[in-house]
Design a protein around this ligand. Structure first.
Ligand code: NI
Ligand code: MN
Length: 223
């Protein structure tokens, strides 16, 4: 599996079978984005919640690539009538897709579109393709049920916010890593805007002190 970071909470996954999945593709207006929205390819796009910095360019990319959008059902009800192929999911439910399996997880966060429509619950996602599982927490505060997610799933990569203000800060995120016990933690949702400034190296240093591996991905980098 190849994981590419686009800054903020935007990631691309290339699964072993060649299928491409984007998560929260906020490119236009994302000062950290290393690519143009026009250059992004996708077979599926996962959107964790309705905020503009997560829906991002999902619709424009779907227009061009015909990618299917996987999101919380209530946000799906808003997007689908605009002419998009949407697969709505609910927290706790899982579905097998051509690229692999997706299970939606809880996230302690709001969800409202830029147009002002309330869009149901915010989510995170467990994404398994090949033999690798990613836990993209979405925007969230820390919650103790993360421990359960870690106990019931072998998480290879945990992608989690560290920027504070809207989400967990570094201290909370380090604790979240201890709860989930992933093989590798990757920080996201920081330094996009001054209000979510955080030092990812400091986060990784503290994660490693707790005995877990941690990688700071530069926007544009792949692992
Ligand atoms: Ni948000
Ligand atoms: Mn956000």
């Amino acid at each position: 599996m190849k994981i590419t970071y686009y800054g903020h909470s935007a990631f691309g996954i290339q699964c072993p079978n060649g299928m491409r999945v984007l998560i929260d593709p906020f490119i236009t207006g994302n000062p950290l984005a290393p690519v143009q929205m026009e250059d992004m390819q996708a077979d599926f796009i996962i959107v964790t919640h309705a905020h503009g910095d997560h829906v991002g360019d999902a619709l424009q990319i779907a227009d061009r690539t015909k990618a299917e959008i996987i999101t919380v059902t209530e946000l799906g009800y808003i997007i689908e009538p605009k002419g998009y192929k949407v697969h709505g999911m609910q927290i706790g439910g899982a579905c097998d897709y051509p690229f692999g399996r997706v299970k939606f997880t809880m996230a302690l966060h709001g969800s409202r579109t830029d147009e002002g429509e309330y869009a149901g619950l915010a989510s995170g996602a467990l994404i398994t393709c090949g033999d690798t599982t990613i836990y993209h927490t979405g925007d969230t505060g820390i919650f103790y049920d993360m421990k359960l997610i870690g106990e019931m799933n072998k998480i290879d990569y945990m992608l989690l916010p560290i920027g504070g203000f809207y989400t967990m800060d570094i201290a909370d995120a380090v604790k979240a890593v201890e709860l989930v016990r992933p093989r590798i933690a990757i920080p996201m949702h920081y330094n996009t805007f001054p209000i979510i400034s955080a030092d990812p190296q400091e986060f990784c240093k503290r994660v490693k002190e707790k005995g877990f591996d941690c990688i700071v991905m530069k926007p544009g980098a792949s692992i």
